[in-house]
Write a protein that binds this ligand. Sequence first.
Ligand code: SF4
Length: 453
Amino acid sequence: MDTNKVTNFQSLREAVGKFLLGKKTVLIPEMNRTGAHLFAATFRGFGIKAKVLETYKGLDLGKEYTSGKECYPCQVTMGDILQFLKKEKETLGEAFKPEDYVYFLPESDGPCRYGMYNKYQRIVLDSFPGLERLKICSLTATDGYATGGMLAEDRILSFKKAGYYSFVVADILDRLLWRIRPYEKESGMADEFIERSMRVMAEAFETYAAKKAFSRILDKLEDLIKEGKTIIDPEIPRKPLIGIVGEIFLRMHVHSNQDLIRVLESHGAEVVNASLAEWINFVSYDGLRRAKKGFRLNLKELCLTHMKTHLKKMLSFGTDLHYQEWRLKQVYKRIRPIIDLAEDHKISHLEKVLKKTDLFSFDMETEACLSIAAILQYAREGYNGVVNVYPFTCMPGTTTSAIVKPVMDERRVPYMDAPYDGSCQPGNEAAIRTFMYQAFQHLKIHGRKGTQK
Ligand code: SF4
């Protein structure tokens, strides 16, 4: 590591942002496995080379090049990219050209640290000779993850729509796994089936996404769901239903959360995790909300220029949200008659839930709004327990815990915090067992009301 280069902050402006991808290979971190693979397939469908980074193999490197004060997902992704580049350099030798790749690392603005991951990782990459030529492609939640500048102008909108669709389908495959695995006829059937299904759907995205042939993709998904349903053993009675919320990376990255869903299942649970699409909808909803607020403020002051800016944002975020919600509804409408998968919460409904209880406000932003509201909603829907997953020291995760714990106590709904930082916590297993005991008691007393809203 050439420490002299660590002070070169110019590259934060020049080598982090949106770049025309052209013939470069996009490197996608594996946050949730299915989502990353379907998203990479969508890129390929649009003629862009894309590969998913192998994950958690480079954690030692991630820890070596962070101080320990960063959020855990930053350490994990740091390790993933360094490990990939190290291996690629070893394999290609002289032919390795960092400028042939683009590292895909989106960001979200504050008040927490997610907006700093790409800056920090830029500084680290710049400290290795040659790696300053590897650009970091960063979409931002501030403009609703707009993809302008990355692809040819006439493909931007279709790519954005196809990308969102890939996340919806990935969420459904994940939910299918959590629905069938606790009831599988033979151990291992569900995992094997979902891995195979992911490949089938990746091929479908590669073939049809750029042609906007979404109905062909949906046909394939429907066939898979029908097949997946046959894995369920109807003799196994329904189990306590556990809802998971929390920080998006940790709750989706099975290595970082020590495969929490599987562990809960091994103790008798059926689990539903908050989805990726829910986060994207939240970003659009929040953008629309902010733009409306800005418009109202400037209307009072009759500031026409700012009113126009906010109006434009309202239109852009509003259109995104409308499209996303419509697409989501359309997909679930098709699969609902086949299997009872839990549907995403509508963000406007979550805000209403939060307003009613007056426990927190969407004005505070961050994932805590989503997590707190979703926990309250899970409790209302009759879930038998809720788990809040987050990286140790995560600000929204800790806020959620502080607010929700006493409320769940009062409502007598089993609740568990699950913070992770890569270390093995000796009391973890006992905490999960206790939590699941309470969930079974809850099921015995209140039954299982299912997932309907
Ligand atoms: S949500 Fe939590 S883990 Fe993620 S950047 Fe913010 S503080 Fe860190």
